[in-house]
Design a protein around this ligand. Structure first.
Ligand code: JFZ
Length: 435
């Protein structure tokens, strides 16, 4: 059912893409030195925790439950009455991310249901005004992240299923929904983004989503992106529009696909650009808490995703959907703990590295830091050696990462052969270090 909805949305948006995609006016944008510096830090971070949490969590059926179950907005709104995450503990979430080896958190500040998970003056449909909880978990999280040196990005939905000024379902005329206060909606978003950027400490990114629902409206990115960068030039703007980046954006994101791949059908038009890259995937098959979803990814699958992303020069943003009480389920915390064990041992071959040094190979990928190449052998070998093409540098030494044993290699103009016959291959990743 969910797939059917996504499929429909995707089909509808791709038809629009070919017929009447609106070319957004984009700001004349030159990133500041601070912004460039932030981009570098972002790329060094490599691994982040994505969190989808909202009043939908109460229904335990994912963040699209309102649409999928056809719940009228006025009925859905009553969920706020039962949203009371007494066991939410910002410290626990930040420690969970830290222990998993993650360096930043991206959390839903407002999803497509339009409910604001932060204290906002722009609407009373928010966690402080509309729930018995009455507190602002995003402020607690932001303060804890700042204290612990963990980066913080806010997910922000452009799409809103409930607000009259958004006019969900209205026909689009002259790049605006008919008979709605579209400018009012744009101003509402600007007011909220201003709050998110100016009130919360150390926020360094905004992750937009929902563009694909209306590819033919004027989203006023010229004003929105400029506002963000005026308020804080180092904020990294990203937009899950599944297109080549627009001017004014600072990183490019992929959803459920490695850069250059298109297994989902979402990424067909996402040509890999020159900006820092990030790809997101979820730990089971749901973004928001889903009590029926036990398609848990294994520790090995997650580590492989991270390594494969790093090899393609992309960050990996791994999602969990916390429960409505504010806890994160054991299956997720266990897996993240084990990923963290691996990162403590081998993180050096991931953090601060760059990828796309060598195209992905059938055996795995390569990351690079300074004058060291890390060869990640992920997949079974047909022969007892690997061949790494396109190596321009003179290789002086090959060894198993973390060990002292030297590994036999042969360098030719076409590339380097590394012989693995005397090496016990690791079930997750055999890392050969080339100097
Ligand atoms: C979007 C959201 O709809 C989803 O709830 C979640 O937040 C995810 C990270 O991002 O997912 C999408 C985006 C685009 C399409 C489908 C799902 N699409 O174009 O079909």
């Amino acid at each position: 059912m969910k797939r059917a909805v996504f499929g429909f949305v995707f089909l509808a948006s791709s038809i629009f893409c070919f017929t009447q995609d609106y070319v957004q006016p984009v700001p004349d944008y030159k990133p500041t030195a601070q912004n460039i510096d932030e981009r570098n830090k972002f790329q060094n971070n490599k691994f982040g925790l994505f969190i989808h949490w909202g009043i939908y969590s109460v229904l335990a059926d994912g963040e699209w439950v309102m649409r999928i179950k056809n719940i009228p907005y006025n009925n859905y709104k009553r969920l706020a009455d039962f949203f009371n995450p007494q066991q939410f503990n910002a410290k626990e979430w930040v420690q969970l991310a830290k222990n998993a080896g993650m360096k930043y958190i991206t959390i839903t500040s407002r999803h497509h249901d339009g409910f604001s998970m932060f204290n906002t003056a722009a609407t009373s449909y928010d966690i402080v005004d509309a729930t018995p909880y009455k507190k602002d978990p995003l402020m607690e999280l932001a303060q804890e992240c700042a204290k612990e040196g963990i980066g913080l990005h806010f997910y922000y939905s452009l799409l809103d299923w409930g607000r009259a000024d958004y006019g969900f379902g209205k026909p689009i005329v002259n790049h605006e929904p008919a008979n709605t206060d579209w400018n009012g909606y744009i101003n509402f978003m600007k007011a909220q983004l201003t709050e998110l950027i100016t009130k919360y400490p150390n926020v360094t990114g905004i992750w937009f989503d929902g563009h694909w629902e209306r590819t033919n409206v004027n989203w006023h990115y010229d004003e929105i992106y400029s506002l963000i960068h005026q308020l804080n030039p180092k904020i990294l703007v990203g937009n899950n529009h599944h297109l080549a980046p627009f001017n004014g954006e600072d990183f490019q994101m992929f959803e459920k696909d490695l850069p250059g791949e298109n297994t989902t059908g979402f990424s067909g038009q996402s040509k890999v650009g020159a900006l820092p890259l990030e790809t997101c995937e979820t730990i089971n098959n749901s973004w928001g808490f889903n009590i029926n979803d036990n398609h848990y990814k294994s520790v090995k699958q997650i580590i492989h995703y991270l390594i494969n992303a790093a090899g393609r020069n992309a960050n990996f943003l791994l999602n969990v959907g916390p429960m409505p009480n504010g806890k994160i389920q054991r299956e997720f915390t266990d897996t993240l703990g084990k990923v963290g064990d691996w990162m403590r041992k081998y993180g050096e071959t991931i953090y601060d590295t760059r990828g796309n040094i060598v195209a992905p190979q059938s055996w795995g990928v390569v990351t690079q830091k300074g004058n060291v190449l890390y060869i990640h052998v992920l997949n079974g070998l047909k022969q007892p050696y690997i061949f790494i093409p396109e190596i321009k540098w003179k290789i002086s030494k090959a060894s198993v990462f973390g060990g002292s044993a030297e590994v036999k290699f042969k360098q030719q103009p076409e590339g380097v052969f590394v012989y693995l016959d005397n090496i016990i291959l690791d079930n997750i990743d055999t890392i050969i270090q080339l100097q």
